[in-house]
Design a protein around this ligand. Structure first.
Ligand code: BGC
Length: 343
């Protein structure tokens, strides 16, 4: 197992590689602490790259609003009206999604150059200090993300953060997966999500507090089914989300087994997601429009499983809080495990 420095662009973006003993390999760039490549073995024993992205690090600076495989912060997902009240003080955030704040604002963590340090075995620590007032958020927030590969073909992401005053913190990774590696369509993937409820959204995809029971509906993946099976169902929310899934699933939360999984028969690759987070955004790439990076990325050619706190929790008092107090330790771990399933 190893972690190594690969190179640095003139503009200052570094690339690192992590490798386990089975040849599984992750490449990470310091721009947005993004996973630029993730090679996993398919059923034919070939290593295929299962994340979307670009050929060179600098191209991520214009990622067509995708947030390809980046660390998202301070707060993943949307904050309605781009504002919130904390300790009786009102804060105004940068509005980068109509009137709303999405994925950290104008220049979220996905657009920052992080400081990297290789760790033991196949691991890499990336840190970033977000200054008091950045994008409108209060307090200094120091963040550390550790990526590691294990010999069980897991990519582990540990998120640590600490602030010097009360602020909000809800970090995630925005990886776009296609387990065939060809990014033609994600609709053939078998999806499982251990959840029976989603947070309902308004026309601007903002959760407002209502929780929808999804049992036996088009949104239900608690018994695995192909991503595309019910995607065209007559459901208002599917239409609002540009004809697909873009919803926050409230995980059953019994901490046993995977929170979610995806499987493709073509490659035989199954990916399972383990997390200590209460929720996961399941997004079926409805904003992809066919632009070209490493591959071409048509509409719904990839999916994201973004583990997270409750979205818009800072404005919905019924949702568990995503605030972090001075000195409190934010620590969460999400693991993506890859294996071959033979039929
Ligand atoms: C959101 C989508 C958004 C996408 C950015 C996802 O996490 O849920 O609505 O368009 O990120 O490309």
């Amino acid at each position: 197992m190893k972690s190594e420095f690969i190179g640095k662009t003139q503009s200052g973006i570094e690339t690192y590689a992590l490798e386990n003993d089975n040849g599984m390999r992750a490449e990470i760039i310091t721009y947005g602490a993004r996973i630029s490549r993730l090679f996993v073995p398919n059923k034919r024993g070939e290593l295929i790259d299962v994340v979307a992205g670009f050929d060179t690090p600098d191209e991520y600076r214009d990622d067509h609003g995708t947030y390809f495989n980046a660390i998202i912060g301070r707060v993943g997902n949307r904050i309605g009206g781009s504002g919130f009240t904390l300790d009786k003080k009102e804060y105004k955030l940068y509005a980068n999604d109509g009137a709303n704040h999405l994925h950290g604002g104008k220049e979220g963590f996905d657009k920052k150059i992080w400081t990297a340090e290789t760790g033991e075995r196949a691991s890499l620590m990336l840190s970033y200090l977000s200054a008091d007032g950045e994008e409108g958020y209060p307090a200094n927030l120091s963040v550390r993300v550790t990526y590691s590969l294990t010999n069980d073909n897991e990519l582990k992401i540990a998120y640590d953060a600490q602030s010097d005053g009360t602020t909000l913190c809800s970090l995630t990774n925005h990886a776009y997966f296609n387990l065939d590696g060809d990014f033609k369509s994600a609709l053939n993937h078998e999806i499982y999500i251990k959840s029976h409820a989603i947070t309902a959204v308004d026309e601007e995809l903002i959760p407002h507090g209502e929780i929808l029971d999804i049992e036996n509906t088009a949104f239900d993946f608690s018994v695995s089914k192909p991503l595309g099976r019910d995607i065209n169902a007559e459901e208002k929310l599917l239409k609002i989300a540009r004809g697909g899934y873009d919803f926050n699933y409230i995980l059953d939360g019994d901490n046993s087994g995977a929170a979610a999984s995806a499987y493709s028969k073509n490659s035989g690759i199954k990916m399972s997601v383990y997390t200590d987070r209460p929720c996961m955004q399941f997004y079926s790439g409805n904003f992809l429009d066919g632009f070209t990076g490493k591959k071409q990325y048509p509409y719904q050619s990839a999916f994201c499983m973004e583990t997270q706190g409750y979205p818009n929790a800072c404005n919905v008092k019924e949702f568990p809080s995503i605030s972090l107090k001075a000195g409190e330790k934010y620590h969460t771990v999400t693991t993506y495990k890859f294996e071959i399933c033979k039929e």
